[in-house]
Each structure stands twice: as C-alpha cells, then as structure tokens.
Design a protein around this ligand. Structure first.
Ligand code: AKB
Length: 328
C-alpha cells in the first residue's frame, strides 16, 4: 500500500475521510492536506501539509517530500454552491484550476485520484425524479458548471493519459460540524437548531425535495470506489450516487419523533431556493450499484437519530468546556 494525500482535510468530507483512512491504514501513511484552515484533533504523530491546490509547485513538493508517487490523492478542496455563486472567479480557480493541477501531478507521479462531483451537475433538461446516470448536464449555476468541467477533465485525463481518476456525484451530505456555504446544508442547521432547543427558519420551501446522504455512507463510497478493480469502473466522468431524498417538512417531522417540541417556519432565501429548484429531487444510481457494488446503509430515520445523538454529545462537551454552547 502506498501513501495517501487528502486535500481539503479541514472540510466536512475531509474530516470524516481522514478518520476512516487512519482506521484503515494507520496515521503514518496518510497526509492530511489543509490550506487556510489549520487541522485540529489529528492523531498524535500523524502527518499534515499546508497545500494550496492552485499552487502546483507546492503540490509537487508535498508529493515528493511525502513519497506519494504511485499513491493516491483524495482531492476534496472545493467551494460549495452558495460560496461559488457569490465568488465565481475564486470558485473557478479552486474548483477547476485545483483539479487540473491535481490531475497533472497524478499523471506525472502515477497516482490514483478520487474527486467528488455533485448532483449540481444537473439542470433543467434532466428528469427531476430518478435522474439517470446519462441525463443531460446543463447546470444553471457556477458550482454545477465547475463540476461538469471537472468531470470532463477527469474523463480526458483517463482517455489521453490513463490517469485513474474516480468520482461520485454526491447529494447533500449530513454530518455533525459547522455546515458549509452550500444549499443542502440547511438540513444540518435544522438538526442543530432542534438539538439546541431553538426554532428553525428554513431557507427552502417546505416541499423542496433534495437527494441527501449520511456522511458515513459518503465516506464509505469514496473508499470503496477507490478500492474497486480498475475494469469495474466504467464511468470515467462521475457516478450518480443515492441514499434518500426528503423535504424540509419531512426532516422536521422526523426530528419531532425525537424532539417533539421542535418548531419550524419558512424564511425563503431566494438564491438557495433557485439553486435547489434547479437540482434533481431523486437520483438513479443503478450504474454504481451494478458496476462496483455501491449500496447505501442509512435512510432518513437512521441518519436523523445518529445526527441528533452526535450533536447532543458535541454540544454537551462544548457546554462543559466553555460554560456555554459555541457553534458556527
Ligand atoms: C451544496 O449544496 O453546495 C453541496 C452539494 C449538493 O454539492 N452540498
């Protein structure tokens, strides 16, 4: 087994993936990459590196210093949908420029790459329900356009240079921790509000149905697609991936099974609503299931129960440490 670099280690996927990689390979083979946000809570003796993915020379020096040739990169550093819409130039630089550098380096050092795409690649020409793997890609917003370009780049590097890049189109991902500036992240905010005993004003309409996934499934998907035999990976853009779909109203109802006094109302955020309305309601991921054995484990009830329990623990720890709750 060769060494592994994770870029964007401080983000939501990065934090969870690092834990899973440490559990599988130990901390000495995994290099936790970060850029602006320093990493905290890494295991003793683990390795980390400051790496701005837009700085190719720096990326090369990290790869050489940590003996990463022939190894793997999980390239997670990216801006989410709302951040990308607010700063499209930076989004293009990080989301597309960063991936191009990673693929150039992977080509030179013979590395396998994992890179997450998103349900944001779909726009108005794609069927809303059970959106198929090969539905047309015409996203209306910057983030989705970055992801489509990224998928094309991944495909081109495979066809022309045999770079073994593997990718999944993640739906909204749910994990405890500060929610990033995305669209589906409202669901994380809602569960935090409920656990804190607060009411929640949803930025999306009560009936806005979006595809979602428990981060435990998302992390496993990344590890499984990277381990799959090369000949099983037949989609060299990105695989549709699915676990559950729900609306803000359905999530609130599920939360009330655990916290009956939880109350919501609606204060629609125009940008988030337009982005959400442009995305699918549900996803057909049969290609991933058939070709490399993808299978989700957690649905809405399991995810909600787990999130509530984990957030309760987290808030309890903060309360004990600070004499009050701090989050966000
Ligand atoms: C976002 O909402 O920006 C992301 C995504 C679905 O890619 N969570």
């Amino acid at each position: 087994m060769k060494n592994i670099l994770v870029t964007g280690g401080a983000g939501a996927i990065g934090r969870n993936l690092l834990k899973a990689l440490y559990a599988q390979h130990g901390s000495q083979m995994v290099i936790a990459g970060y850029n602006r946000t320093p990493l905290t809570g890494l295991p003793d003796g683990s390795l980390s590196a400051q790496v701005d993915v837009y700085d190719k020379e720096r990326l090369i020096s990290v790869v050489e210093e940590h003996d990463l040739d022939d190894g793997e990169i999980y390239h997670l550093a990216a801006l989410l949908s709302i951040a990308a819409e607010k700063d499209p130039e930076r989004a293009r630089r990080v989301n597309m420029g960063g991936l191009k550098n990673v693929l150039d380096v992977a080509r030179e050092y013979d590395m396998r790459v994992f890179w997450p795409s998103s349900i944001a690649v779909f726009g108005s020409s794609a069927p809303k329900h059970n959106t198929p793997q090969n539905a047309p890609l015409d996203p209306e917003f910057e983030y989705g356009r970055n992801k489509v370009e990224g998928e094309k780049l991944l495909n081109q590097f495979f066809d022309e240079f045999e770079v073994d890049g593997r990718s999944v189109r993640y739906p909204g991902l749910l994990t405890p921790g500060k929610p990033g500036p995305g669209t589906t992240e409202y669901a994380i905010e809602m569960i935090y509000a409920a656990v804190r005993g607060e009411h929640y004003a949803s930025p999306l309409r009560h009936d806005t149905e979006l595809p979602m996934m428990d981060m435990r499934d998302a992390t496993r998907a990344a590890l499984e697609i990277m381990k799959a035999p090369k000949e099983d990976i037949k989609v060299r853009t990105s695989y549709n991936l699915s676990a559950m779909s729900f609306t803000p109203e359905e999530l609130a109802e599920e939360i009330r099974k655990h916290i009956p006094r939880f109350k919501t109302d609606y204060k629609i955020d125009d940008l988030k609503q337009r982005v959400a309305d442009s995305w699918p309601n549900s996803i057909d991921d049969s290609s991933a299931r058939d070709q490399w054995g993808w299978n989700h484990r957690y649905g809405l009830p399991e995810m909600t129960e787990h999130m509530i329990a984990e957030i309760q623990k987290e808030l309890e720890i903060l309360r004990n440490a600070n004499g009050g709750v701090k989050y966000g």
